[in-house]
Design a protein around this ligand. Sequence first.
Ligand code: JD8
Length: 266
Amino acid sequence: MRIDVVSIFPEYLAALDLSLIGKARRDGLLDVNVHDLREHAHDRHRTVDDTPYGGGAGMVMKAGPWSEVLTGIRESAEPRSGGKRPVLIVPSPAGAVFNQRMAYDLAEEDHLVFACGRYEGIDERVVEWSREHFDVRPVSLGDYVLNGGEVAVLAMVEAVGRLIPGVVGNPESLVEESHSDGLLEYPVYTKPSEWNERPIPEVLLSGNHAKIARWRRDEQFRRTAERRPDLIFALEPESLDKGDRAVLAECGYEVGTDGVRAVEKP
Ligand code: JD8
């Protein structure tokens, strides 16, 4: 997969040299290129921003440098793209909220381009102009305000990059992960088995893999019910076995043919 990231703070993306993503780049599984937008502003002060039309606080990023850098990326990719348009992800508080489903979808793509805005954002005409040559997708990391797109891009490149075959050492963990889609992770423990007079759950020392798997899944339901009841209501009834329905009942939920609902307390 090819990934291009454009930012006025390219050093912000240096974290992509580290850990699994860094190794995947060295192993040729990911082709990640970071571009400094200022290299595409050609006035003496390499200006990338200006005051907003209609007034208001802050500055807006100029269209010119963006069109130049995006054209360069598109033209450099064309020979290999087989005519398929790259996906241009524009991090924005006004975008569709990123989630694991979106990560899986993006991991199927050949070429992702991330446009990191700053200031009050990018001149909207850049997004309109880009639609001609890119599959443009405004994406938000979540309902809070950041100062720019870089942090969102670090999160998205990691979430997508780790789904590329060979990036995560043990693909089994990705499979197990996908099985628990829609549920929060179960608690994990390692040596020593007693720490600060705190033992680990006995079942984990039993060697009974079926019992351990059931206990872990039950813990996923208990945690999800406690911390993210919205995910419980989103569960597909057909994906729930007898044991799942038992722990859901323990948590105050019943499973109908049309979905999971809270049991009315008498
Ligand atoms: C891109 C500029 C800052 C945003 C005025 C603060 C994503 N989940 C998210 N929250 N915020 C962003 C985000 C913020 C950005 C840019 C993404 C470019 N800013 C602006 C509007 C209000 N300042 C984000 N993904």
